[in-house]
Design a protein around this ligand. Structure first.
Ligand code: ZN
Length: 309
């Protein structure tokens, strides 16, 4: 559960995962927000288009068709693995689905059988349409499957979600068969593996643990309990309204390791934080990241992981 990523953070996350991204027309402001809310978001939904030809597929997903106005998703993943961004905000992709499935996605539990259409999915999911005829015969090229894996991982990583926050349309809405030609279980296994490794477009391990917001929490109390700071939490999680936390929302506690530092004689955590991160008060983040029980007990030659500056 989370506030949708800002449009810039969304593009940045996709590119950081090593994806080829094409921005189509006015996609940043092309949406269906006038018809209802978008967010809080809970997951990423994967579809197939039942179309042939990349340019035609992208065009339909951007404009929609009579009876279903576009955008029909946020990104179109064509056969060559390119991600074409066609909209941002509420999009007509998920339709009504099963509230039990939504709860399972929120809790990152195994999905139940979807047998109800009682919940507005366009509000709660990022949506990606994949160019495929959906007849069970049209092949899914390796580059396209890799792009699906990367897109889902990029967004899950950015929100601190795991692979269970990725769902197929067929797992959401009764009667839907998309995506057809690979299983969502196999795709989630790939996403999980990717989330456990380094994103290809970034340097350093992603690291960082997540915290699920509980009733009564404030950013300050969470920061204090986990050895980090409010500005670091706001920055790491891209929070646009730090005063608003939702119970169940997942927060990344650190932006992950981006470098290591070898302690020199005379260093203190404060001096390292001041010189390497530009803020001595961020020594708590270094202590937390390195699981230091005693912040004073660092010795020269010791290697410390440093969080994102
Ligand atoms: Zn679909």
């Amino acid at each position: 559960m989370a506030t949708p990523l800002s449009v810039n953070a969304f593009v940045k996350a996709l590119k950081a995962e090593g994806l080829t991204v094409v921005e189509v027309g006015d996609w940043r402001t092309h949406n269906r927000n006038s018809k209802g809310p978008w967010g809080p978001v809970h997951g990423v939904m994967i579809h197939h288009t039942v179309t042939k030809g990349s340019a035609h597929t992208v065009d339909i997903c951007r404009k929609g068709y009579s009876g279903l106005p576009g955008p029909l998703c946020h990104g179109v993943i064509t056969k060559d693995g390119t991600v074409h961004l066609v909209g941002y905000g509420r999009a007509n992709h998920a339709g009504s689905g099963d509230d039990d499935a939504l709860r399972a996605v929120i809790g990152e539990r195994a999905l139940p059988v979807d047998n109800e259409a009682n919940t507005d999915g366009n509000r709660y999911f990022y949506g990606f349409e994949c160019e495929n005829l959906g007849d069970g015969k049209d092949p899914w090229p390796a580059a396209q499957l890799l792009a699906i894996e990367k897109v889902a991982a990029a967004i899950c990583r950015e929100h601190g979600w795991n692979e269970r926050s990725t769902i197929g349309h067929l797992e959401w809405q009764p009667g839907k068969v998309d995506p057809r030609g690979f299983t969502m279980a196999s795709m989630r296994a790939r996403i999980a593996k990717r989330l456990g490794a380094e994103p290809s477009g970034r340097t350093g391990p992603s690291g960082g643990t997540t915290y699920t917001v509980k009733k009564g929490d404030t950013l300050w109390s969470i920061a204090r309990a986990h050895g980090t700071t409010v500005p670091a939490l706001v920055d790491t999680n891209g929070l646009e309204d730090p005063g608003r936390l939702d119970v169940g929302q997942k927060l990344k506690l650190s932006g992950g390791t981006v470098s290591t530092y070898t302690v020199a004689r005379g260093d203190t955590l404060w001096s390292i934080a001041a010189s390497k991160l530009g803020d001595g008060n961020r020594w708590r983040e270094i202590a937390a990241l390195n699981k230091l029980a005693d912040a004073d007990a660092i010795t020269s030659g010791q290697k410390l992981k440093l969080p994102k500056k």
